[in-house]
Design a protein around this ligand. Structure first.
Ligand code: NAD
Ligand code: UDP
Length: 318
């Protein structure tokens, strides 16, 4: 297939480019570098099956030649207001990537009669009142909260994707991605994994927002990419959760990172919780991915942290 991947210079997009190329597909990466980094694609320079277009997906997209699949991953993705790369500091760009970017990429899929895969998020469940979260759960979102620029753009994106599927018969898929980590995460986007790993490697205190009782479920990028690739190759049109169902409190997560990396770091609590509605619990129900895609994550947290650390060490010159 000839595949257009938006957000290609980002964390997940760059790993998807690698996987699609490895499977023998031709990849056209697209990105405007608002939160991504060309270095994530540096190793693909000169690859005969890879090309790149610098473009903002909020604007009309033209790609020369036939496209067989579109994967829409372009969007800021970190909620952290302490980072200039967090989506609360890029509110309009985030809404445009999720709304206009989804419209434009669906337009490409329609024009080329291509299959389409939307990167959605566990954040469409908001601060969930149902645990674990099944795809049938409608969510608990504040439509005007600080996180709404991301949540509501993704909810709109899902609705538009289903509308194109129903109205135009576009061959669409929706993946709801839960917290994922691994090499090529941006060091300074303020997400918990890059923050904690850097702090641990430097033996500095790990900063917990609130009391650390809030939970997340962390999936290693290789497992996620496997699930997404299976979904792309499937003919399943309803949303599918992809994430690791092992739920951990942020406090336990901090302890695990310190242990696995053999760090001398202490833990500090910033008693003020992060601005806005930091979800209290998050854990995917992955029975649908299991049934439809025969997918299960295979990489345990400690192993994933060990595999992620060398990237951060090299970026930090340690
Ligand atoms: P990232 O910030 O590393 O990558 C996003 C990429 O999109 C960046 O390279 C950025 O420059 C690009 N981009 C943003 N707006 C754009 C625009 N208007 N035009 C062109 N390019 C644009 O983030 P990520 O973690 O790789 O996330 C990728 C996708 O996966 C996002 O859609 C995000 O919502 C989704 N997602 C990620 C996670 C996760 O845990 N990493 C969880 C849920 C959903
Ligand atoms: N968090 C933290 N310290 C940090 C960064 C994040 O305690 O330095 C917490 C944050 O409040 C949230 C969780 O870690 O409860 C995950 O945050 P992240 O920004 O990675 O993404 P989210 O899952 O909220 O989208």
């Amino acid at each position: 297939m000839r595949v257009l991947i938006t957000g290609a210079a980002g964390f997940l997009g760059s790993h998807l480019c690698d996987r699609l190329l490895k499977e023998g597909h031709e990849v056209i990466g697209m990105d405007n570098f608002i939160t991504g980094n060309a270095e994530n694609l540096g190793h693909l320079s000169g690859h005969p099956s890879f090309s790149f277009i610098r473009h903002d997906v909020a604007n009309f997209i033209f790609v020369p030649g036939k496209i067989d699949a579109v994967m829409h991953f372009a969007s800021p993705a970190s909620p952290n207001p302490a980072s200039p790369f967090g989506y609360t500091n890029l509110p309009i760009q985030t809404m445009k990537a999720g709304a206009l970017g989804t419209h434009n990429t669906l337009g490409v899929a329609r024009a080329h009669n291509a299959r389409y895969l939307l990167a959605s998020t566990s954040e469409i469940y908001g601060d969930p009142l149902e645990h674990p979260q099944k795809e049938s759960y409608w969510g608990h979102c504040d439509p005007i909260g600080v996180r709404s620029v991301y949540d509501e753009a993704k909810r709109f994106a899902e609705a538009l994707t289903m509308a194109y599927h129903r109205a135009h018969g576009i061959n669409t898929r929706i993946v709801r991605i839960f917290n994922t980590y691994g090499p090529r995460m941006r060091l300074d986007d303020g997400r918990v994994v890059p923050n904690f790993i850097q702090q641990a490697l430097r033996n500095e205190p790990l900063t917990i927002y609130g009391d650390g009782a809030q939970t997340r479920s962390f999936c290693f990028v290789e497992d996620l990419v496997e699930g997404i690739y299976r979904l792309l190759m499937s003919d399943y049109h309803e949303p599918v959760n992809i994430g690791n169902p092992v739920e951990t409190s942020i406090l336990d997560f901090a302890k695990t990172i310190i242990n696995v990396l053999g760090s001398q770091s202490e833990i500090t609590f910033k008693m003020e919780k992060r601005l806005g509605d930091d979800p209290q619990r998050r854990r995917p129900d992955i029975s649908r991915a299991n049934q439809v895609l025969a997918w299960n994550p295979t990489i345990a947290l400690a192993d994933g942290i060990r595999r992620t650390a060398p990237y951060f060490k090299s970026k930090l010159g340690l």
